[in-house]
Design a protein. Structure first.
Length: 292
């Protein structure tokens, strides 16, 4: 069964090239200039889209959590850090204009309803719902009400929880994304064989979001049917920030895109034939009189 949805005029789903998302997330460290550099890297590497995260800090985190001591570039508390990493309207307007200028699709994972309202002004082509929000029924319904395609990450979730989320969202314009929600993830916990199992269970396109340090498993996910690959990106994995170590540097991102496209080209249609290029070799190497 061929299933697809459309993200900014690009068909995504079974039978189409993998949709490759460069997750900028909070790796911009509060700097629009770093964000724009990462967008350019994603564009030059051949990615299809970049993604950010948006939170209303006082809704997503408790007052106690925000008050915890935590030395960071923005102050001495966790609240200083969380607020320092959030872009406002001017920053997102600059990002929006830059993405339009270089023709790069961008979208956001919103962690609360006011964030959805805020991001809607930029006419998103779709929304990502993070694994942490999979059990947030109110946010699922609110995001679905935008009428945009939804990419639902399923890390740290049981089938029962995913069943419930899919029931709320419906299967129209939905992609499920398999992931392991540790940063960086251990290879023996990636469990890539879940990808085809999710497709069998729900009958919707399935993608993969990787938090591992290398690229081989993300490429392998495509051979298992992943229609979408998402990876965090960074200017330098040694930069300050909680997600940098689980991200791909520019060279790693370029290699990922290259290898995915080579694997897609190599998969073929499954029909066994003698290639035209093999015929001269066959004539040269096969013994005369042997049946072929």
């Amino acid at each position: 069964m061929k299933q697809e949805l459309i993200i900014n005029h690009r068909a995504v789903g079974n039978g189409h090239p993998a949709y490759i998302i460069a997750e900028i997330g909070i790796n911009h460290n509060g700097s629009v200039e770093i964000a724009k550099s990462l967008i350019s890297i994603a564009k030059n590497s051949g990615c299809d889209a970049v993604k950010f995260q948006k939170r209303t800090v006082d809704i997503v985190y408790t007052a106690e959590e925000l008050a915890k001591p935590r030395e960071n570039p923005f102050g001495a508390t966790n609240g200083d850090l969380k607020r320092g990493l959030e872009f406002g309207v001017e920053q997102y307007r600059e990002i929006d204009e830059f993405c339009k200028e270089i023709e790069m699709t961008w979208f956001v994972s919103c962690w609360d309803e006011p964030s959805v309202d805020f991001i809607e002004q930029f006419k998103m082509p779709c929304y990502k719902i993070a694994s942490a929000s999979l059990t947030d029924d109110a946010l699922l319904r609110y995001t679905r009400a935008t009428g945009k395609p939804i990419l639902l990450s399923t890390g740290m979730s049981t089938y029962k929880e995913i069943d419930h989320a899919v029931e709320i969202l419906g299967k129209h314009d939905l992609i499920l994304i398999h992931t392991c929600s540790t940063y960086p993830s251990k290879y023996n916990e990636l469990n890539l064989r879940v990808i085809p199992e999710l497709y069998k269970r729900y009958g919707v396109p399935v993608g993969y979001s990787g938090h591992e340090t290398g690229i081989a498993s993300s490429v392998a996910a495509v051979t298992l049917g992943a229609c979408l690959i998402e990876r965090h990106i960074t200017l330098d994995r040694a930069m300050w920030g909680s997600d940098q170590a689980a991200s791909l540097a520019p060279s790693g991102l370029s290699h990922l895109v290259r290898d995915i496209r080579l694997v897609e080209e190599s998969m073929g249609d499954g029909v066994k034939i003698v290639q035209e290029s093999e015929i001269p070799v066959m004539k040269k190497l096969r013994r005369v009189g042997c049946k072929s």
